[in-house]
Design a protein around this ligand. Structure first.
Ligand code: SAM
Length: 228
């Protein structure tokens, strides 16, 4: 059986060949962050299968190609301050921290908000094991409200399905800045990419996707979740 390191290199190579990965910074980050440290023990052997995997509390770590595509669309740069909504396992936050805080001169930071406190603890432990805890602040709360205390952000990424972009996240996005979020109904979404430039928000649709729902003031209500 291939080592985790070999499996990681292989899946990144496949994503480059498929055209999902182009940005050298994102390629380097995906080659560096050990995804197996963000997966529950009993499923570690599937760490490099390119599918979402359950992480408990009805939530998932996104498929590797989805992390690749969202990170490419977000286009984070070394030194950036990033806000992530939906910490989950902490893997996406680690990929972002690898780029903004560890590549080149670093200096950037990732703030990541999770509504389920047990998952926030899981993510903190994973980030610690992988060596990113100094560069990622995991907060517990409703991420649709953003985190005003550290705004403005150079980049904002939402990793749960939103009915629309939560207004506080657009307000807390810096200028220039980029925001990426899956927007649609609770079953099917497309990535929405918003580029803020000279006071204008330029919107563009990306690929189709399926995420777990964003639950909160500017997301879905708990009662609406999975409603037909
Ligand atoms: N980025 C994660 C990773 O790398 O593992 C995967 C995120 S998972 C698909 C979506 C996460 O968003 C879940 O952990 C869920 O609890 C969280 N979530 C849903 N609504 C939220 C909200 N309003 N604020 C913060 N987190 C939320």
């Amino acid at each position: 059986m291939l080592s985790f390191h070999e499996q990681r290199s292989r899946v990144v190579e496949l994503l480059v060949d498929a055209g999902y990965l182009r940005n050298p910074r994102v390629i380097k980050a995906l080659l560096t962050v050990p995804r197996e440290l963000f997966i529950p023990e009993e499923m570690k052997k599937y760490a490099y299968h390119d599918t979402p995997l359950p992480i408990g509390w009805g939530q998932t770590i996104s498929a590797i190609h989805m992390v690749a595509i969202m990170t490419e669309e977000l286009d984070p740069e070394p030194g950036n301050k990033v806000l992530e909504v939906g910490t989950g396992s902490g893997y996406q936050a680690a990929v972002l921290a690898e780029i903004v805080a560890k590549q080149d001169t670093g200096g950037g930071h990732v703030y990541s908000i999770e509504r389920i406190s047990e998952l926030a603890s899981f993510a903190r432990k994973n980030l610690e094991k992988a060596g990113y805890s100094e560069h990622v602040t995991v907060l517990v709360g409703d991420g649709t409200l953003g985190y005003k205390e550290a705004a403005p952000y150079d980049r904002v990424i939402v990793t749960a399905a939103a009915p629309d972009i939560p207004p506080p996240l657009l307000e807390q996005l810096g200028d220039p800045g980029v925001l990426v979020a899956p927007v649609g109904d609770q079953y099917f979404q497309r990535l929405l990419i918003v580029e803020k430039r000279n006071g204008r928000n330029i919107k563009r649709w990306g690929i189709e996707c399926v995420f777990v729902p964003l639950i909160g003031k500017y997301g879905w209500s708990v009662e609406e979740r999975w409603k037909n």
